[in-house]
Ligand binder design. Sequence first.
Ligand code: TRP
Length: 459
Amino acid sequence: MKNGKATKGERASFSGRLGYVLATAGSAVGLGNIWRFPYLAAKYGGGIFVLVYVVLALTFGYTLMVSETAIGRMTRKSAVGAFRTLGKGKASVAGGWFNAIIPILILPYYSVIGGWVCRYLFTYITGQVSQAAGDAYFTSFLGSAAGSEFWFLVFALATIIVIVLGVEGGVERISKIMMPAMVVLGVFVAIYSMTRPGAMAGVKYFLVPNFSNFSWMTVVAALGQMFYSLSCAMGILVTYGSYMKKDVDVEKASRQVIIFDSGIAILAGMMIIPAVFAFSNGDAATLKAGPSLMFITMPKIFDSMGFGRPVGIVFFLLVLFAALTSSISLAETCVSTFQDELGWKRLPSSLFVFGIMILLGSLSSLGYNLLSFVKLFGMEILDFFDFLTNSLMMPIAALIICALVIFAIKPSGIAQEIKQSSRFTGEKMYSVIVRFVAPVFILVIFITSVLSVLGVFSL
Ligand code: TRP
């Protein structure tokens, strides 16, 4: 999607708004939408979670996306470089690095889940439709150290091979076909799931906000999910913005990505949550299943339909593509940070990233079997990395970005950048949120989630 290779001194760029939106949506839509959003919504209150999520995405998510993209477009650099150019001194370089480290911590455990998807694709290819729907299938897969490690390595290798060969363009081209296909299959599966007997209670749970399900954790989880799903608060959009042409409407592009990304997440919820009610009676234990939810409910849906095997194959293939485009873009960001900032060559940078993936990913994967005695603050290792990045580091990264905007660029500087290409209709809202609402709100969320993990109180 970048217009070929950049010639010396000239940065490659997206072809226009459509190019930018497609590329950004390709990195945004991934396991976050299909795997993570439905399980969080199921766990943290259903409709009320969805409501909080959508409000946060349209206010905070929008503010952060616009800021990061504008920062990238004005400096034509990725996170660390942009912070160095705009900020003052060492502190801002450190701020840039703090952003840049987050993808390096996400990529390993992302690949573990990618491995689960590969395993289920294989399960359906070999026709084990009814076995996969059994209650213990997922746990016994996770319980085998060799099995889960093997599939994690398959996914991690696929990602790094694409990076080393530099063939991301090919994957992007395929994913242009895969994304619409995913929407079509998603609608089909969601309708099937919603029309099962008993599923309506699930539709209601997912779509109708019930304030008695609200807890502070709903907000903490929704905020982390928003950063994660929109790929913001980790410097990625700075890089994407640096490839954006000066005539692209930043606001409109950001809104389109948010709407598309949230749409896919809600669609995934419509497949999974009604099925929890239809096939497991909506019992609390399944609703709170956490990371395993998609892998428990989808096989039950496929087993109950006539063509479970082909539908299962297509479903996991599409999820695999969504996951791969995201993991490739995560890995690419990590590799280019080392290339740009430390002057490393591409191959050593890629191998270093691969090494980190193997090391931290194996910890997450073995946390369910060999290392199952290890619990970090009461969490599985994978959950811990997820919590560390989404609930602790990204709020801080978001604060750092707000600080850069408030003190170094000034909201008017961002506005000036945006107005080069279009009107800035949300300017007032933007400047109020970035100056006051976001810093205060994020700080409160951050402090309460730290205190709750430390066991000072429970949320
Ligand atoms: N947004 C991606 C998803 O929903 C995950 C993700 C987080 C990501 N950070 C990223 C993808 C950076 C690409 C680049 O699955």
